[in-house]
Design a protein around this ligand. Sequence first.
Ligand code: ZN
Length: 315
Amino acid sequence: MNQYIYGVDIGGTSVKMGLFDEKGDMVEKWEIVTRKEDQGSQILPDIAASIADKNNEKGIGASDILGIGMGVPGPITEDGRVLKCANLGWGIFSVAEEMARLTGVAKVRVGNDANVAALGEQWRGGGRGFLNIVMVTLGTGVGGGIILNGKILTGTNGAAGEIGHIKVNPQETRVCGCGGKGCLEQYSSATGITRRTLELLERGGKPSYFDRFRREEISGKEIFDAYLAKDETGRQVVGEFAAYLGMGLANVAAVIDPDAFVIGGGVSKNGPVVIDVIREEYEKNVMFALKGKEFRLAELGNDAGMYGAVRMILS
Ligand SMILES: [Zn+2]
């Protein structure tokens, strides 16, 4: 008799859902809309209904399901309680218990989405073969997840691995999304490097690689292309991006001493150059005993969260 696992990754606009076999191979994936109205009260019932539909379609009975793993965009404690998730409108409650009640599946594991994605990459993606990894996701913000001995480091409040909010510049006057100032996210996210590029272009004057684009067209890809074309602004922005990230990861390494760093998110789609510039700055900042770490690109893209969710059930 075949057995199955559901891997669920809840995002602010859609929920990514995957059906996996007992070995952890994906059978099928689909998405449903994240309904955030009424404090997000429909989100878990919608997921449960979608699972029930899939069970009917495939002839899967309750006893054929090994468990449901879930990633949630907020701090989650080890036992699956959400401690307020502004993004979805959720207050404090046990996501794991509620999901078990709605589906009749006893084994439900829940983790923070960035941490769960890191677990997915460690298991089946860019971090394959390493037990201890630090994953950094460079997108709108800078997300992070730490895997030690193949397990998510959750922390007391489910907020371990928030690498984007490590302080790297005490002189900063602008405020970060977290309320602090000088966080890594302000310099090394796609948003951060775009803002910095536009700021430097405002000062203007000289001809630049960026002259061919309208301002609103400029994002990570154009910035790394400008860097590779040896454009002065591109080189400055990527230089700052790498300097802050290299420093931040050297600080993380001093605490965690991982095998490898896995770099994901939209900015990582610019390929090996991203790794090369970060590694160079990392090596400049880190103490001798922590030199020579592996740097890898993430491989699973938007599926990482579903794989990590499944891994929580299988391990
Ligand atoms: Zn911050």
